[in-house]
Ligand binder design. Structure first.
Ligand SMILES: [Zn+2]
Length: 149
């Protein structure tokens, strides 16, 4: 009982600040040319699952669907100098100051891999944005902003 409470307090203390949250469990789709493998996406999602975030089973598709509510769409793109880019579309309710994520499009860098596991870390970082989380100042945190130098 006590250890459960302590674990809860610690994980709660480390909880991320959100600019928006999901009202439903997002469905993650990895798609397109050079799509990130479902297994790789799952590894990235595990970072968040360990922190209590929930996702529907990851789907792998050859062509990317139109963005629609409830989806996190993961695609790859060649970026010259960044690891990824995420765009979230949010909505609000009248009289409620909170923002909710409607859907998110995550683009991960396909052109430069600097070290093993970099893509998984980059994807975990971008998924963090898709969950409505901004950057943090802690250099050791996955949400620390880092760019390819
Ligand atoms: Zn970022």
């Amino acid at each position: 009982m006590i250890s459960t409470l302590i674990t809860f307090l610690i994980s709660n203390a480390q909880a991320y600040e959100h600019y928006a949250t999901w009202e439903s469990t997002p469905q993650v789709i990895t798609c397109g040319k050079n799509a990130t493998k479902k297994e790789e996406v799952d590894k990235s999602l595990n970072y968040w699952r360990e922190r209590g975030y929930k996702f529907s089973e990851v789907l792998e598709k050859t062509s990317c669907p139109e963005p629609k509510p409830g989806l996190i769409i993961v695609m790859t793109q060649d970026f010259p100098n960044r690891q990824g880019l995420t765009r979230t579309t949010c909505y609000t309710y009248k009289g409620d100051p909170k923002e909710y994520v409607d859907y998110a499009v995550v683009k991960v860098n396909n052109s430069q891999v600097l070290y093993p596991g970099e893509n998984i870390e980059s994807l975990a970082h971008e998924v963090g944005h898709a969950l409505g989380i901004g950057h943090v100042n802690d250099r050791t945190d996955i949400m620390y902003p880092s760019a390819i130098k």
